[in-house]
Ligand binder design. Sequence first.
Ligand code: SF4
Length: 97
Amino acid sequence: MTGQPVWRSTPACSGAADVFFPLEGGYTALNAAKAICAGCDVIDQCAAYVDELERDVCIQLGVWAGRSQNERQAARREERRLARRQEARERYQSAAS
Ligand code: SF4
């Protein structure tokens, strides 16, 4: 992945980096960023973008697509858990047939 994707040229968070990467303020600060994401026209593209970045390159800090870093990590763990369960189910069904 190289450069900035086109959809990032005018997202709802433009110029609000301090809101999306709060150094303090806890949940109140995170919720301020999430509220902006909730009205963003490119939230789906943003979610796909950060998902790819975090899988391939590095962990991204801050709020992206309405999720904190911890929430994104938890979603990926759940995704992996479901994939393992599905894989085990398919192995069992294959062995049983
Ligand atoms: S979803 Fe949130 S972080 Fe992503 S581009 Fe929109 S406002 Fe910015």
